[in-house]
Each structure stands twice: as C-alpha cells, then as structure tokens.
Design a binder for this molecule. Structure first.
Ligand SMILES: *Cc1c(COP(=O)(O)O)cnc(C)c1O
Length: 397
C-alpha cells in the first residue's frame, strides 16, 4: 500500500472540503480518538505493511487481474478493462478493508470485533478475518435482514461469528448500526468496531480508502504493463457508501486527464420515490458520524432508500465522494435497477463473467460514455454475482 497526498484526501481536521468530521456521542469519543491518533503511524509501520501485503497476496489472492474485455470493447467501440475484484477471496473487494482493520485492531491490543451488516456481505468479510486471526466476532443485523439474507447468516455462523438481531425501529441496517455503536460504547477497551465502507466518523473514511487504494495502485502498474501508459481515460465504479470507488479512484485523483465516474443506484428512477441516488436526491446532513450528502425529508428524517442491489441500498454517500461531487472532480450517473440487470446479462453473455448487481451499475455507464476506440476505460468489477442468483432468477431468467 503506497500512500499519496492529494487535495482530494482528508485534511488534518478530518474533512474533505465541507464534508466529513466526527459527529459522535460523547461516550464514543475515547474509542474514536484512540483510533484517530494512532491509525496513520500503525499502517505506516514496515511490519504492518509486510503483514497486510502478505495476506492480500496469499489469502485474498492479489493482485487481482486487469482483464481486457474484447467482446465488450467491440460492442461499445472502445477499449474496456475489467479490474477483477470479483476474484478476491469471499467474492468482493470488502475483504481488503477487513484485513487492514483487523491488523489495526490487533496492534491496538483489541480482543474482540464488532460490526454491523445490512445484506450480510460486510458481516461475512468481517467474520472471515476474525476466524483467520482467532478474534471474537459479534455482528449486529436487523431482524428483517436476518430473515431476508439467510445464506449470509449461515456463513457468518459457520465462520464462528455471533449474529445479534437488532429488533428496534425498522429492524434493518440503521438499527443494526445503532446497536453496534451501543455495544462499542459499552466495551471500549477490548473491542474494535470494523466499519465496512468509506463512511462513519473520521478517521474511518480515510482509513478504509487507504486499505482499498490497493485497487488503483495495481491498476496503474497493470495498465503500464499492458498499454505502456499508467493512466486510463476513464475509471468507472459503483457507489454505495463508496469504498470500492474510493479504492479505484485513489491513485488517479490528481491525474486530471483521467475522468472519474461514479454509478449510483437510481432504483426505479430518480423521481420515482424508490431510489438510492444520493448525489441527485440528497442534501447536507449527518449520518453515522459524518457530515455528507444524505437523502432526507425537509425536516431531516432519513428517507428509506431503494435499490435492487443490497450493497447500494444506502441513503448516504461517504464524505470523500460528496467532495468529489461538489468539486466536480467525479461525474455521477444514476443507473436504474433495470439497466443494471441488462448489464449483468450482457457481461455474462459477452465475457463469461457473472457480475454482482452492484458492479452491474458501473457496467451500465458504458452506453452513456461514447468513449473512443483508442480510449481506455477501466471498470471496477467490485464483486461476483453468485449472491444475486435469486434476483437474476426472479427478474431475467
Ligand atoms: C458492498 C458492496 C458494494 C458497495 O459498497 P461500496 O462501499 O460502495 O464499495 C459494491 N459492490 C459489491 C460487490 C459489494 O459487496
């Protein structure tokens, strides 16, 4: 992991432009402060880097390939490379972050891990690294999500995690987050809280972005090897909270000739009332400990988002992406459920790769780009589609 300075990275106060910060209950302050003062020196240590890079290589299977998708390129009359995060152990990019965080937790002397999960993908990635390191793992999950996501609940249990039902409120992700925070407040000394995206109070967004930055670090040298030039014309990634996009953008933030493109979940359409397109629908607000764009009612209640893909079904966006949107450094597209399903079918048929529904949102941007034949487009394929087979069977098969 190489760390660079950029005007788009977090500043010393924990902000990206006007977004970010740490808006947390006073009881949580000691935990977050311990992490804030120590995370940079921990991840800079040679022994940390050695252990992190070693696990990425031998456990996750990195570097993931950068694949020239010839038939997809032909169809869109441009040059498309897929960054194959779908080939990571556990099937998506999330494990890059959970490995980084569990190594930080160990160095802080923590014995237990707590996490929240919505669809269960982050819960599985967390339970996986806890098994690997022999740490106790408690995952909070809304009672409704536990019923909806039985296979991921089974995976977590098999990996030795305790899955706790959040039974308050709407019994979904936001309630699970509240319960996990409460647990952390009550167990500050021996427990680390692993957040799954570039969201939450500072320093989480920056720490998670740095762990995921391995994605663009690899893209650079892989592109140089394949094309003789390390910067592409476009990098496209889907954005739920924004961790796979942060990783894919990170080392290109200051390369003005590379256009950064984010695909949000448009759901049934931006104006349908069933959407998760935060940059189109959101206003400044505070969610999960940071100031960012947030889908909310005029009096500030969080609006229930909708997306066909569980990983993009989130009413906010990480503060780094809010800043990239605000400064126009990144361009945002809202991709509908239907467009994502079409793109999933298309990639499967053209390249023999069944993508996750989240990643299919990034693929769907291709038809809007009008990229030229000699231009290079890198699409971050954040995950594989096995987990979405039920949805594919219901809608397109
Ligand atoms: C969780 C998930 C996402 C969304 O999370 P980000 O933090 O926005 O990357 C995207 N793709 C896959 C495959 C996921 O599992």
């Amino acid at each position: 992991m190489t760390i660079t300075e950029s005007q788009y990275n977090v500043n010393e106060k924990g902000y990206y432009g006007q977004f970010g910060g740490a808006f947390i209950p006073e009881m949580l302050y000691p935990n977050v402060e311990e992490l804030r003062v120590s995370y940079l020196s921990i991840i800079d240590e040679p022994s940390f880097q050695e252990e992190f890079n070693g696990l990425l290589k031998d456990y996750v299977g990195r570097p993931t390939p950068l694949f020239l998708a010839k038939r997809l390129s032909e169809k869109y009359n441009t040059t498309v490379y897929l960054k194959r995060e779908d080939l990571c152990h556990t099937g998506a990019h999330k494990v890059n972050n959970t490995i980084g965080q569990i190594l930080v937790a160990k160095r802080l002397g923590k014995k237990k891990i707590v996490a929240e999960t919505g669809a269960g993908q982050h819960g599985v990635a967390t339970a996986t690294v806890c098994a690997l390191m022999g740490l106790e793992c408690i995952v909070y999950m809304g009672e409704i999500d536990i019923q909806r996501q039985a296979p991921n609940v089974a995976r977590m249990k098999m990996l030795g995690a305790e899955v706790c039902a959040a039974i308050s409120g709407s019994k979904t992700l936001k309630d699970a987050t509240n319960e996990a925070m409460r647990h952390w407040i009550n167990n500050p000394v021996d427990t680390h809280y692993i957040i799954g995206s570039v969201v939450g109070p500072h320093p989480y967004p920056d720490m998670v972005a740095k762990f995921q930055s391995i994605i663009s670090e690899e893209i650079k040298w892989q592109l140089l090897e394949k094309t003789g030039k390390e910067t592409p014309d476009y990098v496209i990634a889907c954005v739920g909270g924004g961790s796979n996009a942060a990783g894919a953008f990170y080392h290109f933030l200051d390369d003005a000739e590379t256009r950064l493109i984010a695909a949000e979940a448009g759901g049934h359409g931006i104006n349908s009332g069933f959407s998760a397109a935060t940059t189109f629908l959101g206003k400044m607000g505070v969610l999960h400990g940071s100031k960012s764009l947030l889908m909310q009612t005029p009096d500030g209640q969080v609006v229930e988002p909708h997306s066909i893909s569980a990983g993009l079904d989130y009413p906010g966006i990480g503060p780094m992406h809010a800043h990239l949107w605000d400064t126009k450094r990144a361009e945002f597209y809202a991709i509908t459920d239907e467009e994502a399903l079409e793109s999933a079918m298309e990639l499967s048929k053209l390249e023999g790769i069944i993508p996750a529904l989240e990643s299919s949102h990034a693929l769907a941007v291709l038809k809007y780009l009008n990229a030229k034949p000699n231009e290079t487009v890198v699409i971050n394929l954040s995950g594989r589609g096995d987990k979405d087979l039920d949805t594919y069977m219901k809608h397109v098969l």
